[in-house]
Design a protein around this ligand. Structure first.
Ligand code: NAD
Length: 265
């Protein structure tokens, strides 16, 4: 098993100086924070987004509800045609776009000029803890994030043989534009009032660490309320789900205890 990564150790970002970095979804939230940090480290950052400036309305990342709740439970006309097909936008934004971006990144990384440099280029996937556990409020969100983890598992070995690295960051809730959507607040507000968000700094640190530390490939980190922890996904077959589920049981216990307290007062 690989040695656990210490996400509290001091990070040296000097090898990012003058490196080219492309960040998708960079106009706000996690993408923007990573872009700023990479630029501070001296990287040449290209920011890609649907919007030119921060604060655009976010469509797609968390577009659909649980499939069970999306099903009409009544027929408009008894015996009529089946209900219309459900929308799938979240998978298109969160998975198909990531798949396409990985394809383009691998193309550029494999060009002879890039392959000749000693720096090992890197893809950092932003998944979510919902990549390991079912997120009950959106089926397509969970599906898409499980799919992003599938990209990590399926690509990492082949990529590593060409000195290309791929790693994954799985955050708990972070206070960004997504967290301000009314549906999100309605679904997650009670838990967030008890547990709170994780800090953006810890998410950014993990992203920058994976981008710069040359030894890291095929790894993942959970950004948990209690701290950032190596999920122990590795090329030797470690499986991050066990660590995520341990943390989620702890979170659930705190939420249940707090809710019981509130009901008694
Ligand atoms: N905020 C959280 O609680 C949280 C937790 C876990 C994972 N994540 C993941 O982090 C990533 C970033 O989310 P965030 O919280 O920073 O959200 P955010 O809403 O602050 O930023 C998302 C950005 O992506 C852009 N975007 C949306 N669709 C796009 C598209 N098709 N092409 C290009 N850009 C597009 C938006 O314009 C926006 O600037 C997402 O993949 C999200 O699932 C977020």
């Amino acid at each position: 098993m690989a040695t656990p990564i210490d996400f509290n150790s001091v990070l040296d970002t000097s090898n990012l100086k003058d490196r080219s970095v492309l960040i998708t979804g960079a106009a706000s939230g996690i993408g923007l924070a990573c872009a700023i940090k990479m630029a501070e480290a001296g990287a040449i950052v290209t920011m890609a987004d649907l919007h030119d400036t921060a604060g655009g309305v976010i469509q797609g990342i968390l577009a659909e509800k649980n499939l069970f709740d999306m099903v009409p439970a009544t027929l408009p006309n008894p015996g009529d045609t089946p209900p219309p097909a459900p929308s799938f936008a979240c998978v298109s934004v969160n998975l198909e776009a990531v798949y396409n971006t990985c394809y383009l990144a691998l193309h550029h990384f494999r060009l002879p000029r890039a392959a000749a440099t000693t720096f090992k280029p890197s893809i950092v996937l932003i998944a979510s803890l919902a990549a390991y556990i079912g997120y009950p409020y959106s089926t397509t969100y969970s599906m898409s994030k499980f799919g992003v983890r599938g990209l990590l598992y399926s690509l990492r070995e082949r990529a590593m043989h060409s000195s290309i690295r791929i790693n994954l960051v799985a955050p708990w809730y972070v206070d960004t534009g997504i967290a301000k959507q009314p549906d999100f607040v309605e679904d997650n507000g009670a838990v967030l009032n008890i547990i709170g968000f994780v800090s953006m700094d810890r998410v950014v640190d993990a992203v920058v660490r994976f981008a710069s530390v040359q030894e890291l490939c095929g790894r993942s980190v959970g950004i948990f309320p209690k701290g950032s922890e190596d999920l122990l996904d590795d090329l030797e077959g470690g499986y991050g789900g066990a660590i995520v589920s341990k943390h989620m049981r702890e979170v659930q216990a705190v939420v249940v205890q707090e809710m019981q307290k509130q009901m008694q007062t």
